[in-house]
Design a protein around this ligand. Structure first.
Ligand SMILES: [Zn+2]
Ligand SMILES: [Zn+2]
Length: 383
């Protein structure tokens, strides 16, 4: 009898705890479902397009053929995608560029070079292959009109650093590595994988402190831009909702393919873009710039410091939810503001960039920046 009642109590206890767990998870999912309906912020006059960078298809080790990847991008209303199939270069992927299902499909190649994985973009396909040596490959890609981004520097194929500084960018966070490294963090949300995979994905995100530190260190010496990378091999639609690049153009995206391709790549080369976790909240409409007298310097600019003059750094957006905005100089927070708008005056050189964190019931980890801007570089020597 005694054993029976003990078992009954244990069972009742288990059911109670299970009930609490289901209630907790259910509340999280329902809350996020309701928040999804929040409209995107009103856009300022810049012409912003949203897309996803670093995608694999069946042209290399991705699970889906390009047509299905494009269909997923179209369902997510992306303006562009950048395929980066492995290869040296991946000619099949390059040949498939164009406007498809209202999505601008661009392609580069992920090269396996001596220091790790290097993404080459916007190059003319060479007659042969690019060098295996990283520094030579960067120069050869540049000779074909292209530029390069260091892929997943601290995970998977780790980048081995050297003194060379000719890279145009580096990936500051990639979802593939986050899922693999932090799967355990998201285990309590495992059932969400079936109902709302994006919530599960958000729970695997952890502030990429090491990569951000390295980026700040590199940026102190050269203009180098930060990329959120999907590194998508499967679950394309979920990944497309998550890590996006918001690219700011000088004019609306052209209907003609070559023109549109040049517009997106030219903005990426200039650092005129910011990274955002759009599945946590829609992040469109953010702008960050510096001004001096009547001159404006957009995100990505390198500005020589004029003697005894001050720069005004400004950020603006109209997000209808709570955010905390930080302005960083050389990786240190110099201004923290509740709300998206900031204005900060400084006469000091340095690398200035913005991080915005969500507040109030966000599904995103508190310390994972929802938006990371590209920097404005204020140089004493103007380099
Ligand atoms: Zn890789
Ligand atoms: Zn990859």
């Amino acid at each position: 009898m005694k054993t029976g009642s003990w078992k009954k109590r244990l069972f009742a206890c288990f059911i109670f705890l299970l009930g609490l767990y289901v209630l907790w998870l259910g509340t999280i999912l329902l809350r996020q479902r309701a928040r999804r309906e929040i409209p995107a912020a009103k856009r300022p006059s810049t012409h912003e397009v949203q897309g996803v960078y670093h995608i694999h298809t069946t042209f290399s080790d991705g699970r889906q053929p390009p047509e299905k990847v494009v269909a997923a991008a179209s369902r997510q209303h992306l303006d562009f995608i950048i395929l980066t199939d492995h290869g040296n270069p991946n000619r099949a992927s390059l040949a498939g560029q164009g406007w498809k299902e209202n999505v601008l499909v661009l392609a580069g190649s992920e090269l396996s070079v001596s220091r790790g994985h290097l993404v080459a973009l916007d190059f003319r396909p060479p007659d042969g292959t690019f060098a295996q040596n990283a520094e030579e490959a960067v120069q050869e890609v540049a000779a074909e009109g292209g530029f390069t981004v260091i892929a997943h520097p601290f995970s998977k194929t780790r980048w081995s650093w050297g003194g060379f500084t000719g890279y145009a960018g580096l990936e500051i966070a990639d979802s593939d590595s986050m899922i693999k490294q932090n799967f355990w963090r998201a285990i309590p949300y495992l059932p969400a994988l079936l109902l709302s995979p994006r919530i599960f994905l958000l729970k695997t995100l952890e502030r990429p402190s090491q990569t951000l530190r390295k980026w700040d260190e590199m940026a102190a010496k050269q203009a180098v831009y930060g990329y959120f990378s999907a590194d998508a091999h499967l679950a394309y639609e979920t990944l497309f909702s998550c890590f996006r690049l918001h690219v700011l153009l000088g004019e609306p995206l052209a209907a003609e393919f070559e023109r549109a391709r040049a517009q997106v790549f030219n903005s990426l080369r200039r650092g005129a873009f910011y990274c955002a976790v759009d599945s946590a909240r829609p992040a469109g409409g953010f702008i960050f710039w510096a001004e001096r007298q009547r001159s404006h310097f957009p995100m990505g600019s390198t500005v020589p410091l004029a003697p005894s003059s001050r720069m005004q750094f400004r950020a603006e957006a109209a997000f209808p939810f709570a955010v905390q905005t930080c302005l960083l100089r050389d990786g240190e927070v110099v201004l923290r503001s509740e709300g998206p708008d900031i204005s900060f005056s400084s006469g000091r050189p340095g690398v200035y960039r913005v991080e915005i964190c969500l507040r109030g019931g966000s599904p995103l980890a508190r310390d994972f920046p929802w938006i990371i801007s590209n920097p404005i570089f204020i140089r004493e020597d103007g380099l």
